[in-house]
Unconditional design. Structure first.
Lengths: 480, 178
């Protein structure tokens, strides 16, 4: 009897509180602003910043070397004209997708738990998209004519070819970056005003006053603000689904077996969300470690929810892997069949099986509640997923190494420049992210305050309410 | 005191609930140049303040249309008229291939319109009478306030302050150096 009760209890439990501890509006302000206002920068921050800063410098050196010497410094060869650069591009864009999913899609679905991680995840999106944009940007070879990608009237009377998926990428990723950055800034305005009103120094007050655009928190402002936020979420939702679909068309519009498939857009989008959530998980676990005050906001329940999203998207990715195989067999197309057998048992079999183990097999651990709620397991799995998702893109790109003509087959391996550039992109990612952690409110304070039980107003039963003030809020507090 | 001008009245309240009730009373008293200030958007305040719906969605819809239309024209004109290139024998005006860029430009313009349109509608001001109160900073933390500005035709420093006190507010006079 008692065991049955124990097993079904989790199902019957009401939703756990979104913010743990005795949260009031002012504790939210103090906890979160305190991180950005700390006078003394913590040692862990300096150590992390120095390491990632050095790696970012190395990225600059590698880019400089590439521009000086040309793309020959990479491991590219003739069948494999796209090497790690495109792998890294797709990898980083994919990571960005979780941020937009959390800030836009979960907002439309009224998933209130998103408020504690949306600022954080969106910052990750912006940095990830910057890292992504670097790779195709430097891959064009003659980067001084990179402006050819934009429809700029020029003396040659030349215009870009809008029928090329590579140009679609320019527009999709460019729009994605602009939209994410503006969405992020819009969310920041009220929080910057909070920092402004807490600032003591004159310079700090002035700078924050300008950045917060003189925000007064007036309802005549909130009204338009809320609508703008809703519209941005509604616009970003199809955008996030389209960006990785467009990225997948870089491959899918070619006539190469293994690439020329209609499954690519949904398969890429699911993979993007999968890898993005893994990165959010990695970063939030690290943030909880170094900034203990965020533990009440990024609760274990929030982490568990992210694990569930990862499990679902991981299985979608697994489904896509198996469906690709099935179609390769079912189509009766000898070339298609060869490509897939070659993927699993050809020269890059190791990459294929790393991908399958990390993305399909390991995430099955998330079926167990205990695993979803264990920080070390979550952390390890989030890293595995990121490795697996990088290899997924590697496996896809390596389709190039064995095309229609066996005479042109070749084996691709990266050069040290490829490797250091990729490591350098992590340096850039963490450098910018650390700056964000240090100077910006890392949790959307105004949004978290709005989901506290005290914020709820029962405006339809005024008479009853005024007889027993605070009744509604109390009842809310009990159930949550 | 003679060199100071009264620019309005600010009243602080304890909770979002109290603010909504107070707002209803100020609305009923017929004030126009007033606002409620809170650390987060309060649900139901539009009604309590008697506000009309935001016009922002119309602006954004217009921008979205302009982006889609402009995107199609840009691609059609460059690819079919100004700079026709034969690529894999595809049609010059291949509308299917134009879809992603058309969509992206529609999104781009809507996003820009949402953010900048919102900033245009919220009346961004770096100097505003409410900032003259030392206690105003509380509304970005945990304070709830109503401000009524002197520019309101019905404004009378004493009567307005008395009204706000009567409905439970903790009143501050907003003043400015002449």
């Amino acid at each position: 009897m008692s065991t049955t009760a124990k097993t079904i209890r989790p199902l019957l439990d009401p939703d756990p509180p979104l913010v743990k501890g005795e949260a009031t509006f002012s504790t939210v302000t103090r906890d979160i602003s305190g991180i950005a206002e700390k006078k003394k920068t913590p040692i862990w921050w300096w150590v992390a910043f120095l390491i990632s800063g050095m790696l970012a410098m190395n990225l600059l050196v590698m880019i400089g070397y590439l521009i000086w010497e040309g793309t020959g410094v990479w491991g590219l060869n003739i069948p494999v004209g796209w090497g790690w650069a495109i792998v890294n591009f797709v990898f980083w864009v994919g990571i960005g997708h979780a941020g937009t999913l959390i800030s836009a899609v979960l907002f439309l679905f009224r998933q209130k738990w998103r408020t504690s991680i949306n600022r954080f995840a969106e910052a990750m999106t912006i940095v990830a998209v910057i890292c992504a944009g670097i790779f195709p940007g430097i891959h064009v070879g003659r980067i001084w004519v990179a402006y050819f990608m934009f429809p700029i009237p020029n003396q040659m009377g030349m215009w870009p070819n809008f029928r090329s998926p590579l140009l679609w990428d320019v527009f999709a990723v460019g729009t994605y970056f602009t939209a994410s950055a503006l969405f992020w800034f819009t969310g920041l305005i009220p929080d910057l005003a909070t920092l402004r009103d807490r600032a003591t120094g004159k310079i700090r007050k002035t700078v924050l006053g300008i950045l917060s655009l003189g925000w007064r928190g007036g309802h005549r402002q909130w009204q338009h603000y809320e609508i703008a936020y809703l519209l941005l979420a509604a616009i970003s939702t199809p955008l996030v689904l389209s960006v990785h679909s467009v990225v997948s068309t870089d491959f899918a519009t070619s006539i190469l077996p293994g690439w020329h498939t209609t499954i690519f857009p949904p398969y890429f989008v699911a993979g993007a969300i999968f890898s993005g959530f893994a990165m959010v998980l990695t970063l939030s676990i690290l943030a909880r470690l170094v900034l203990p005050q965020v533990k009440n906001y990024m609760t274990l329940d929030t982490l568990e929810r992210m694990a569930k999203v990862m499990m679902v998207t991981g299985m979608m990715v697994g489904y896509a892997y198996s469906m690709e195989f099935f179609i390769a067999w079912y189509s009766g197309n000898a070339y298609e069949r060869f490509v897939f057998i070659n993927r699993a048992f050809g020269p890059y079999f190791w990459a294929y099986w790393i991908m399958v183990s990390c993305n399909v097999i390991v995430p099955q651990l998330f079926w167990f509640r205990k695993m979803r709620r264990s920080i070390p397991v979550l952390f390890a799995l989030s890293i595995f997923t990121n490795i697996g998702m990088w290899f997924e893109r590697f496996v896809i790109v390596m389709t190039l190494s064995r095309g229609f003509m066996p005479a042109s087959w070749d084996y691709y391996s990266p050069s040290f420049v490829d490797i250091l550039t990729f490591i350098g992109s992590f340096g850039l990612f963490f450098t910018v992210f650390l700056l964000f952690l240090r100077f910006v409110p890392i949790i959307a304070m105004a949004e978290v305050k709005g989901i506290l039980p005290q914020a709820h107003v029962h405006h339809h039963s005024h008479e009853k309410e005024s007889a027993q003030p605070g009744n509604g809020a109390m009842a809310e507090g009990v159930t949550s | 005191m003679s060199d100071r001008k009264i620019t309005g009245v600010l009243a602080l309240f304890d909770s979002p609930e109290a603010l909504v009730h107070a707002a209803e009373k100020v609305r009923d008293a017929g004030y126009r140049k007033w606002d409620t200030h809170s650390p987060f958007a309060i649900h139901g305040m539009d009604e309590a303040m008697g506000m009309k719906r935001s016009k922002l969605p119309w602006l954004v819809a217009g921008a979205a249309f302009a982006g889609v239309f402009g995107g199609l024209v840009l691609q059609g004109w460059t690819s079919a008229i100004e700079y026709p290139l034969v690529i894999a024998g595809k049609r010059f005006f291949s509308y299917q291939a134009f879809f992603p860029v058309t969509f992206a430009l529609g999104v781009l313009l809507s996003v820009l319109a949402s953010v900048f349109g919102m900033l245009g509608l919220v009346n961004v001001k770096f100097h505003h009478p409410v900032f003259s109160s030392d206690r105003f900073g509380k509304v970005t933390d945990d304070g709830f306030a109503i401000s009524i500005l002197a520019s309101d035709p019905q404004f009378d420093a004493n009567a307005t302050a008395a009204l706000l006190k009567e409905i439970g507010g903790d009143v501050d006079l907003l003043e400015e150096e002449e």
